[in-house]
Design a protein around this ligand. Structure first.
Ligand code: KIV
Ligand code: ZN
Length: 503
């Protein structure tokens, strides 16, 4: 069977989603999970766009060895040189050059003629080719470009050495049948097309990104660009898990395969959600909390008798464990280790010790520790590893008569213990003001939400916040059985991200 190349752009287009900024350590962690997932190509970033992006791409290029590591570049000399600089240590490097092709972009944004665009595309692919054999080219806004002009550009860039031709539906405007015809037209009208792989990159503005990508595959495209949980610019990109599971579940229809280890999907989804702070909607296909839950009596009856009656996929195939085993305060380190392994985590002994003591603390407060609790614990542990300031303790008084008051102790980067206190309109406000008095970085809280990880009065509360500083949004998450402590942790998490960027 033919293979479809899975090109993941969570770290590049995914990070372009408003409020999805990730730090270096988080990007590296996601890249390593993508490697475990078996993606063929990781688009690690856009090196010219910022020193932080450059550092992230070059670190991933050095440390993630199996997939192709791709860097994005405009059709501009400096971009291409910088992209190469960032990926040159990767065992399999790729430069991805893009340039707008549609009249709309060309006339209103670039103010360039068709001839100039054609020339720059050809020249810049040739420039990238001097550095590396694996060169991808994207005529941006292809779905709103006259097909005849696209054919011309594609022929020219293949001649200049492009090995992958990516057809972006940049603004999510295409309709499946129409997009499929464009792909078919490319195969019929670009004479040297057999020298390159045709790829697609679909945005989800009309909710059609996955449908358009699948239609393109049906018409011969053999690379799909997608992101975990479908995150990305505006309404996002095609979701990797939906594309991969459609190809797998409907093998009878597509007759295609991918290199993806599907049992790693759920873990990748949770990780990206944790890192970005983007909650996955419950009804999201494949990875949503309800994706494999049956509520109606008739459906439950059917699934008990034979799962295939109402389940087209086995949840275990995407890494959702079916284990009913619940851990509690008497469970030992070995039981936790086994449970973690079943959930797809392999921790070092040192990390396991930290997670185990957090687990014991939680099990003292909570009768049953579920899989979601364990995932939340792991995420909380990972958040504290990359801290600049560490939250040591907080103390709050509040109620309907008194003035909410908080005192906090933080550990500074040099190890100094710093304490302060503040009054607020409520306990969370008081905590945030006290923290601000110590950290002293101006910012504005723009979003605050609390949800419980599981049911029950003893559930862990997860707090998600967003803060703005100098026009940039930073997300923070924190989890604890005490929601004021969770709120403080979330604020510290957002501030630490902000401080890391400023540093
Ligand atoms: O959406 C788009 O057109 C892009 C290109 C850079 C491929 O992200
Ligand atoms: Zn895009």
């Amino acid at each position: 069977m033919d293979k479809v190349i899975i090109f993941d752009t969570t770290l590049r287009d995914g990070e372009q989603a408003a409020g999805a900024k990730m730090n270096l350590q988080e990007k590296l962690e996601i890249a390593k999970q993508l490697e475990k997932l078996g993606v063929d190509v990781i688009e690690a970033g856009f090196p010219i766009s910022s020193p932080g992006d450059f550092e992230a791409v070059s670190t991933i290029a050095r440390e993630v060895r199996t997939p192709v590591i791709c860097a994005l570049a405009r059709a501009v000399l400096q971009d291409i040189d910088r992209a190469w600089e960032a990926i040159k240590e990767a065992p399999h490097p790729r430069i991805h050059v893009f340039l707008s092709a549609s009249d709309i972009h060309r006339i209103y944004q670039l103010k360039k003629s068709r001839e100039e665009i054609l020339q720059a595309s050809r020249d810049m692919v040739a420039r990238a080719k001097k550095y590396v054999d694996d060169v991808e080219f994207s005529p941006m806004d292809a779905s709103r470009t006259e097909p005849g002009y696209i054919y011309q550009i594609l022929e020219a860039v293949i001649g200049a050495g492009a090995t992958t031709l990516n057809i972006p539906d940049t603004v999510g405007y295409a309709i499946p049948a129409e997009f499929g015809s464009l792909i078919e037209g490319i195969f019929k009208n670009v004479p040297n097309i057999n020298r390159a792989i045709v790829s697609v990159h679909c945005h989800n503005d009309l909710g059609l990104a996955v449908a358009n990508s699948l239609e393109a595959i049906k018409r011969g495209a053999r690379q799909v660009e997608c992101t975990i949980n479908g995150i990305g610019e505006r309404a996002g990109n095609a979701s990797l898990e939906e594309i991969v599971m459609a190809i797998k579940t409907r093998g009878d229809f597509f007759n295609l395969t991918t290199n993806i280890s599907t049992t790693q999907i759920y873990k990748a989804s949770r990780l990206v959600s944790e890192v970005t702070g983007f909650v996955v909607q419950p009804n999201k296909a494949i990875v949503g909390a309800n994706a494999f839950r049956h509520e109606s009596g008739i459906h439950q009856d059917g699934v008990i008798k034979m799962p295939v009656t109402y389940e087209i996929m086995d949840p275990k195939t995407v890494g959702i464990s079916a284990s009913r085993l619940v851990l509690g305060k008497l469970s030992g380190r070995h039981a936790l280790k086994e449970r973690l392994a079943e959930l797809g985590y392999s921790l070092t002994e040192e990390d396991l010790s930290r997670v185990f003591s957090a687990f014991k603390e939680l099990a003292d407060k909570k009768r049953e520790v579920t899989d979601r609790d364990i995932e939340s614990l792991i995420a909380e542990e990972q958040r504290t590893v990359s801290e600049v300031y560490h939250l040591d303790r907080i103390q709050v008084t509040c109620g309907d008569r008194g003035i909410p008051t908080a005192s906090v102790k933080l550990i500074a980067p040099d190890g100094q213990v710093l304490a302060d206190a503040a009054l607020g309109t409520g306990p969370v406000d008081a905590v945030y003001k006290a923290i601000n008095r110590i950290v002293g970085v101006p910012n504005e809280l723009t979003e605050f939400s609390v949800k419980s990880v599981t049911e029950g009065i003893d559930a862990i509360g997860e707090v998600l916040i967003k803060i703005d500083s100098e026009g940039v949004t930073y997300t923070g998450r924190g989890a604890d059985t005490d929601i004021i402590v969770a709120s403080a942790k979330a604020y510290m998490n957002a501030l630490n991200r902000l401080l890391a960027v400023k540093k």
